[in-house]
Design a protein. Sequence first.
Length: 591
Amino acid sequence: MSLKSEKNQNVKKKQINTPAVVKSKDSKSSSGLQDSQHALPKKDWSKVCALSGNNRREFLSSLFHSEQYSDKQIADLMADQYYLQKIDFSAFELDPKIVQKIPKRICEKYTLIPVMEVEDTIIVAFSDPGDIQAKDDVSLITNAKIQMVVAEYNDVKKMINQYHASESGGKMKNLFSVIESSDMEGLQEDSNLVNKNIQNDPTVQSVDYIIKEGVRLDCSDIHIEVYEKKCRVRFRVDGHLSEAINPPISLATSIASRIKVMSQLDISEKRLPQDGRLKIKVDGEVINFRVSTVPVVSGEKIVLRILDTSALDTDITSLGMNKNQLELFQKYLKVNQGLILLTGPTGSGKTTTIYSGLQVLNTPDKNLSTAEDPVEYKLHGINQVQVNSKIGLTFASVLRSFLRQDPDIILVGEIRDLETANIAYRAAATGHLVLSTLHTNDAPSTVTRLIDIGLPSYTVAENTSIVVAQRLLRTLCSRCKVPHKLNINVLKDLGFSEEEAKKSRNEVMKGMGCQYCNHTGYKGRIAVFEVLEVTPELKTGIFNGLSPRELKMLAIEKNNLQTLRKSAIEHMFNGVTSIDEVMHGTLGDDQ
């Protein structure tokens, strides 16, 4: 590990060199004590200083989770006030042996982690170096001198999860090895096993580890699959699916049964698909899952979708639309009638977009009703109906009922057939604002898709307000992205002229991969949009039966339509995503 020393004139005692990269404050003038929206106000800092023990930790935890101040602001302030160095975990690798010197429960209690050892001194990264009890406890446990450095709160949490999870992962592999080498005959048929909530039960431990590991990796879906001689678990992280764990095949059936019991599904039914819900606490946070089981040749496949409740709090201005796209979307949300359509493949973020729009519309003077399949999130103030086609409660039947309920705004989860489309457009034509989704490749294709299922072209043209197409692209890791020089031919393939390609080839970034992003180069995702306003020129084009490509060219010429690819390229030149994500995420969009 390369080390950098940094002298602090305000500290008289000798300091040991700490890991690079180190960020320090220049003077007290940058301490962040001024009352401003970008710094920690004096009253909050005074309260931090006045508290100790659990009260101090609880108050600081509330600040860390309030989103009023960023982790960086608080960490910079801590480093300045206590004359300590601030470290960046992306700049070096932690030694797992050093990490294990402090138990996980202590690391989690005080939000700290050891980073290196020099002679008889352990350098420990604290999120709160002012917690005297934390330093005393760590010194007592390790029987060593402790030198403190400062790190951002969420960075320390991630490191704790990453390095201590690897320890539990090793234990899980050992457990799997023991199970595979032992006589497991009859275990698969013992359904009573999954009803015992015993910590050392192999099934309970396996399910617990699979779920916690998925949550730790911020995955959106957990796939548990069984084959003739193999069981595997895959995680979908930032839209990409990868194999993670291979439990013994002898545990496959009991793992499935355990999850079905937790989800209140029928444990004896293995011939038909089932859907359920699961709510459990992981590391102190309540996580909601949607569970789906499907019978396969060798058993049952289970998919757990993690329902991210942060989608409910997404502000419409932070969706990722540019200024013009956002103005169009907001404009038609304020209109009292018409139809707003969102389109894109499964997992493209349509739910987040449509719910952010509903949050804007959800006011006491509006009657909002939704027909969804499934209802993923419960929204206060909105009448939500779960569609159930098995009992005849279809989108069409729910919509008919809504029209007798004095609605102002209606959400139809998806337009799947002509009957649903007819009722939705009838509602849009009679003074209601209707929102719905379809599965099409881009915005212009949505129009022709509706006509193909049987709607008259004049109905589509007159009552469609806007069509919003979207995709999700992975965003580059902020810790390891670096400038990247592109091949001119790649830019030319994206539609750039040779002169534009030469000028722009040095303006992009790529991710190198680091601990923070699990060495993928990407962390998180961002939506790209194509917002098609059905203007008079577009209505005429629809009447005349123009193809999707012709409608798109007309919208680009007359309305300056920003396509999915152009939106993605804009994010690429802003250093948000990579050329690979642009090519992959907008495949088929050559505009």
